[in-house]
Design a protein around this ligand. Sequence first.
Ligand code: GCW
Length: 842
Amino acid sequence: MKTPKLRALFCLGVLSGTVYACPLAAESTHDAWLRYAPIDRTAREKYASLPAAVVVLGDSPMLGTAQGELIRGVRSMLGKTLRAEKNLPREKAVVLGTLASIQSIVPGLSASSPLGEEGFWLTAENLHGFRCLIVTAMTDRGVLYGVFALLSKIARDEDISALNEVQQPNARLRWVDQWDNLDGGIERGYGGRSIFFEDGGVRADFTRVREYARLLASIGVNGCAINNVNANPRFLEEDFLPQLARIADVFREWGIRIAVSIDLSSPKVIGGLDTFDPLDPRLIQWWREKANNIYRRIPNFGGFVVKADSEGQPGPSTYGRTPADAANAIARALKPHGGIVFYRAFVYDHHLNWQDPKSDRARAAYDIFQPLDGEFEDNVIIQIKHGPIDFQVREPVSPLFGGLRHTNVAMELQITQEYTGQQRHLCFLPSMWREVLDFDLRLNRDRTLVKDVVSGKTFRPPMGGLVGVANVGMDASWLGHPLAMANLYGFGRLSWNPDLSPRTIAEEWTRLTFGNDPAVVSTLSEMQVNSWRVYEGYTGPLGLQTLTDILGSHYGPGVESSERNGWGQWHRADHEGVGMDRTVATGTGYVGQYSLPVAKMYESSESTPDEVLLFFHHVPYTYVLKSGKTVIQHIYDSHYEGAERAAQYVHHWKSLRGLIDEQRYSDVLARLEYQAGHAIVWRDAVCNWFFRASGIPDAKHRVGNYPDRVEAEAMQLANYSIVDVVPWENSSGGKAIECVQPRGCTASFRFTRDAGSYEIDIAYFDQNNGDSSFRVFVGDQLVDEWVANDTLPARKIGGDSSTRRRIRGLALRKGDKIRIVGIPDREEHAPLDYVEIDPSPE
Ligand code: GCW
């Protein structure tokens, strides 16, 4: 392998005597935004005055981590190895240390604003007559954050010559949760197997755990709950505690505490008690002993996460006790050690009576927790999902943030894209999170921003913050899609500073991940910041929730899956209208959980913003929105616009070819092409469903009208048979064709339009229980072939598996015979939906 220097000489043609473009070297995606790419020669000038030595005042392991990171980053970006010194040398130096240790050298040195427990100060000062670059804080952890901030500035090409900057995190709790299981699977994880666990135990190799801790620390995350909230009691068994300690040791070096999700019935299941009644003295004693044993091994243990009385998890309701009874019993055991209980407000009945117009899952968290305000110990945090349902593409803010004024709260966000495309679709969530954090709850008629409530500024409880469900895995890019890491990055940045704009976050992340080329930064940031609204546009607009298959994968379209069952994610669409009436006057009364001014806004459809209209109101399809469009036309238009914009991502990305290393370029391109196709699947399913329900045609004549399409069931078929697709809207025309003949089947048709260059889209179904192959011929000429071996969450044909393959620039003449040969594999029967033919763009 060539060294970077040699490669540069080759690329310039110096050695070979010829000039040719050099492909950028393939990059590992493990390092994500911490890749510290070499900075080019001219930009490097800016950092020429950086000292040659680094001094660490103190010898704690975390300061050692900070020093190591600084040396690593500077070496990698600037090609310069900082000399590590124990004492101040007689030359300028980078100095790392707590403020107290620096003040012992320069008495009286102080920052212009308070540093707080985890803030840092980057400044240039004269120490013993030499201009030193100082990274300081009240704590070692703050110093580590300062080092990461300094390195980020260099990587993003910022000037560091006259630094004097203080930063402080907005909130104390900046946690990620992982929903990892002991068998190595991850609930709602889309980035491969667990980095922590395999085969019922903790992994032997901790390489990825260490890398993850480093990534988290770099964005200021200070806690990680390592296992699924649908918890396995095994995590609390005595012989398992040394395993937990191994993980905690790695995280400690990076200033991160670990927590464990617990099953509240553990004292009974693994503890030998005959009860888990939180008020039983034996139970209180059990938790006390358990906490003592854990802290003996893990002195900085963070605490427990609790999911109880929710989706089948045991909880205090078994004994007629409240969440406060349960949370406090555990909190008291943790308190002497400084531990916390994160008690999740995601408590609801998933067997609701869907026929009762008054029942409403959205009410549950407030109804259950608000009356308990003030009853929780001060080391209990109520962890509240940002919306009242469940991480849908758009929800109003949970009213519970306004209902707990004497209780610690944290907001739970979902980094893993369970309902927002599962890392197969680009969906940059900081755009959504900023809206949520900026929402004004108008408590006591005053401006009360959600971000100030969760950071503890409004009601001043001892603790508060953000928790992000991350679910990274062993995949090289952690989350499964290289662009999805912007969500993890953005989560950390917003929990540090909720005033950062989505664009700033996207630009920072792009620079760190793909470099500072202006075209890359502007194109990719633009794609990112709009992508949440685009995804919303072609899935569930107007507050309909995501409209995904809520009974299955939560991935593809499933408009009706939310209806007529107890899960309570109803949109109540019928032939007349759509939306859930949650008003006080005529609906479920949910609106009444907000403060008066907010309730007033949501109580009337006129003052409810369009984007959440159908979350609050049931209206006729002809209801006219503020935009002047009817609801039904908006549903059609937003799906077409959204799919069109998703298709444009492919073009935007292609404009970056040569500016991004080939491996990441083609990996992302393939994903964006897939997304463009699946956005059409979404568009057609939702539009056709609402067309059939409403009977109102699309004013632009697109829905149900596909003149460029040839349905597979209308082709000439040899061995293929026609099948019905359920639900019907997840395939074009409600039908598809399947081949059970092992030697293959053929579907063909004649091209009847004028000669020219065309794009052909083949709509097929790619299940995960077989790798069928397809070959496409024009006449006798093979024009494309592929194997349907994607790993989509689908074992059958439908909205999850529907995929489009594009053949570009195909020359066709009138009368040409187009023939598709499908060869089935295992349970996947080379299924086809349709072929769509459009003239090639100019
Ligand atoms: O969104 C739902 C998910 C469940 C998850 C639950 C929760 C861990 O579909 O998989 O369970 O939320 O947040 O507890």
